[in-house]
Ligand binder design. Structure first.
Ligand SMILES: C[S@@+](CC[C@H](N)C(=O)[O-])C[C@H]1O[C@@H](n2cnc3c(N)ncnc32)[C@H](O)[C@@H]1O
Ligand SMILES: O=[N+]([O-])c1ccc2c(c1)CN[C@@H](CO)C2
Length: 265
């Protein structure tokens, strides 16, 4: 069995609800302190989108999983947000939220927090409605394929977002770098890429699933982006405090990077 097959087999046991519980409920989803990891992630995205420089028709989110927090600031600046994931159970979890179906995960604390830090003073239900209206495609994806969506994205995306995906699905740094090239092919020249991801992590749990992660440091991320032809615009990192090292993974920190694909080539 290839290392990619082993990872695919691990994801067959991925439990979206356990994953949400592990990462998007307290203590990690604690909005009372800006020092907590989820407010830090949301602030990175809100501040980066606040300039208005990153905008256009389509943003594609790679490896969305069962989460929408990563789209809350992005959705203001694109006509359409395309979510993607390898697993049908995750795509179904996203559909449940989009349709406001019972049993969907409650993202309202996240939406309320983003409305607060964006400072527009809008009711959070307005933002929820706007995201639901712009999240019109939830597609299967495999970042290990040259065409991750199975065929080239036409027209290419104006922006690409991916959070905790590439390092969590790649057996080694070379595969991480190839996956980055693959997803970069969906982005138009001059388009922006925003990545959040794990630093120094080797595994994470999601119910019965125990998934291997390729441990990355800042230089690995910078090098992979440079090798994939991206220019780095901003790089930030967060150190996971002891209180948030809960045993659901061995993550040491989180990186945020804003990169751009050159106009030519
Ligand atoms: C750690 S989760 C990240 C979820 C979400 N983006 C977040 O920020 O929490 C990794 C996601 O990658 C997806 N995945 C697994 N294999 C993949 C592949 N080959 N290509 C794309 N996504 C994949 C999983 O289904 C899972 O939803
Ligand atoms: O602290 N967080 O907000 C947070 C959110 C998601 C994830 C992590 C940490 C660490 N593990 C990754 C999977 O490799 C998923």
């Amino acid at each position: 069995m290839s290392s990619l097959d082993a990872i695919r087999e691990g994801y067959a046991r991925f439990d979206p609800r356990a994953y949400l519980q592990n990462n998007y409920m307290p203590p990690r989803a604690d909005f009372s302190s800006e020092q907590c990891v989820v407010p830090w992630k949301l602030r990175c995205l809100a501040e980066t989108f606040a300039s208005g420089e990153i905008c256009g028709r389509t943003l594609i989110d790679v490896g969305s999983g069962p989460t929408i927090y990563q789209l809350l600031s992005a959705c203001e600046h694109f006509e359409e947000v395309v979510a993607t994931d390898f697993l049908e159970v995750n795509r179904e979890e996203l559909q449940r939220w989009v349709r406001g179906e019972p049993g969907a995960f409650d993202w309202s604390p996240f939406i309320q927090h983003v409305c607060k830090i964006e400072g527009r003073g809008e009711p959070w239900q307005e933002k929820e409605r706007r995201l639901r209206g712009r999240l019109r495609r939830i597609l299967p994806i495999d970042v290990h394929c040259a065409d991750p969506l199975g065929a080239p994205l036409r027209p290419p995306a104006d922006a690409l977002l991916s959070t905790f995906c590439l390092e969590a699905v790649s057996p080694d740094r070379a595969a991480f770098g190839r996956a980055l090239v693959n997803v970069g092919s969906m982005l138009r020249p001059g388009g922006h890429a925003l990545l959040l991801g794990a630093l120094g992590e080797s595994f994470y749990l999601a119910g019965a699933a125990r998934l291997p992660v390729v441990p990355l440091d800042e230089d690995d991320v910078r090098g992979a982006l440079s090798d994939a032809g991206f220019t780095i615009r901003d790089f930030r990192s967060y150190t996971m405090p002891p209180a948030l090292r809960t045993g659901v993974d061995d993550v040491q920190g989180v990186f945020f990077v804003h990169a751009q694909k050159p106009l030519e080539g």
